[in-house]
Design a protein around this ligand. Structure first.
Ligand SMILES: O=C(O)CCC(=O)C(=O)O
Ligand SMILES: [Fe+2]
Length: 350
């Protein structure tokens, strides 16, 4: 009798709790390890932004300690929400939770993925099957799901949004939206999408960014609506590669804009504007700086899948740009692992 392989343990980098802490009052992202370090690194700029008295500083310290604590609790809290949703949430469109079928996927997406997985496939051939939005920035577009599936997923997400279930939010910049793994959509939908279809495609489009070594993801839906979030600041994703699918509804505005890779000392002087097209997905490198213009009218819902390759990120955390300081985490964590996937030749990734 064989023994089932133990599930892989994923980690996050400890920097999640000490880097990029946002202090809205002073409009500043800070690194926070200790009071002494905070004073050393930020005293002049904090002063210039109004953090002047000892009381101001103590208040800031308290807030930062609270934010660190909140971040530490995110993993276990998310797992608790997932368990509660699994036991007591009633979906409006249960078919969305069925194991991903080819009939759910747009014919163009299926054709591109099938071609990519065929022997002798090459980038040139694949580029005849996807739209090149920017050759220089390596941004591509193609339909991903059928229109009826987009509609069903949207209805399901809206039903969940309106339910009284607890909701984890995608990130500190989005106050609305849903984490797909909490809803139980990773196993039937996102993992098969990544493993069976995105992996071969990404291996040809982005072999140098771990496209052929994707082994986890973080999938969420962002929602923009009047009176809620309307835009998204410039950032890069904590991902090697990103798929961003426009699910609907009808909207104006809300285009994405793209600058350079975050590692490039850069100007956002001439960003590339890319309109979302309902039903279509954009593929880009996670490190490409981007943001979303303000929504004009209507509601915009997008499925965002941050695709991760532990073979790449284990060497350098994209958030702190250092060798990751690994901390065990729930689920896929932030996609780091303590061991390399057995078959990766890291030299092929440079
Ligand atoms: O609003 C969008 O379509 C982009 C969302 C995004 O870039 C993100 O959540 O990382
Ligand atoms: Fe993003």
């Amino acid at each position: 009798m064989g023994t089932a392989a133990a599930p892989r343990r994923f980690c996050r980098c400890a920097c999640f709790c000490s880097e990029n802490l946002y202090v809205a009052r002073y409009g500043l992202h800070v690194r926070f390890r200790s009071e002494q370090q905070l004073r050393q690194d930020y005293e002049p700029i904090l002063r210039s932004r109004g953090c002047v008295s000892p009381k101001d500083f103590q208040q800031l310290l308290g807030e930062l300690e609270q934010e660190v604590e909140r971040r530490r609790r995110l993993g276990p809290e998310s797992a608790a929400r997932k368990a509660l949703i699994a036991s007591s949430y009633r979906p409006a469109r249960p078919e969305v939770y069925n194991l991903l079928q080819e009939a759910t996927l747009a014919p163009e997406f299926l054709a591109a993925a099938e071609y990519s997985a065929s022997s002798g496939a090459d980038l040139k051939g694949l580029l005849q099957r996807v739209e090149t939005v920017s050759e220089e920035k390596r941004i591509y577009r193609l339909p991903v799901f059928t229109a009826p599936f987009c509609q069903a997923l949207l209805e399901e997400l809206e039903h969940f949004e309106q339910s009284d279930m607890p909701k984890g939010r995608p990130n500190t910049m989005n106050n609305y939206g849903v984490l797909l793994h909490e809803l139980g959509l990773d196993e039937p939908l996102v993992t098969p999408l990544r493993e069976r279809f995105l992996q071969p495609l990404m291996a040809l489009l982005y072999p140098d960014c771990g496209g052929g070594w994707l082994d986890s993801h973080r999938a969420f839906v962002v929602k923009y609506a009047p009176g809620q979030d309307r835009e998204l600041g410039c950032h890069y994703d904590n991902a090697e590669l990103t798929l961003n699918v426009s699910l609907g509804k009808a909207f104006t505005g809300g285009a994405l804009y793209f600058g350079d890779l975050f590692q490039v000392p850069s100007t956002l002087a001439k960003p590339l504007e890319v309109e979302h097209v309902v039903g279509q997905g954009l593929l880009h490198r996670g490190g490409q700086l981007h943001g979303a213009r303000p929504l004009g009218t209507g509601e915009r819902w997008n499925l965002v899948v941050w695709l991760r390759a532990s073979a790449v990120r284990n060497r350098l955390c994209p958030m702190c740009c250092r060798k990751p300081d690994l901390v065990d985490d729930e689920g896929f964590g932030d996609g780091f692992t303590r061991e390399e996937p057995a078959t990766v030749d890291v030299c092929a990734l440079t």
